[in-house]
Design a protein around this ligand. Structure first.
Ligand SMILES: [Zn+2]
Length: 75
């Protein structure tokens, strides 16, 4: 008699993390999702490069380039 194969969820509680707002990222140092502080890193011709820092410990959690400025028209 064979045992039925156990079904394990591939992503336990993964859905819970998607409930977080975009302003909260997982911090490896804090080992939990933290609110982030947005910092303007660079101003590019076609957008802005922003860095996201953990509001609790200040660790860089990532950066994102956002385009939203007026298009650069030359000539
Ligand atoms: Zn942190």
């Amino acid at each position: 008699m064979r045992m039925p194969p156990l079904r394990r969820p591939a992503r336990p509680q993964a859905d819970a993390f998607e409930e977080f707002q975009a302003t909260a990222l997982f911090c490896n140092r804090c080992r939990q999702a933290q609110p982030v502080r947005e910092r303007l890193l660079l101003v590019l011709p076609d957008g802005e490069l922003r860095e996201y820092l953990c509001a609790a410990c200040g660790t860089s959690l990532g950066s994102r380039r956002s385009s939203g400025g007026a298009p650069l028209v030359v000539g």
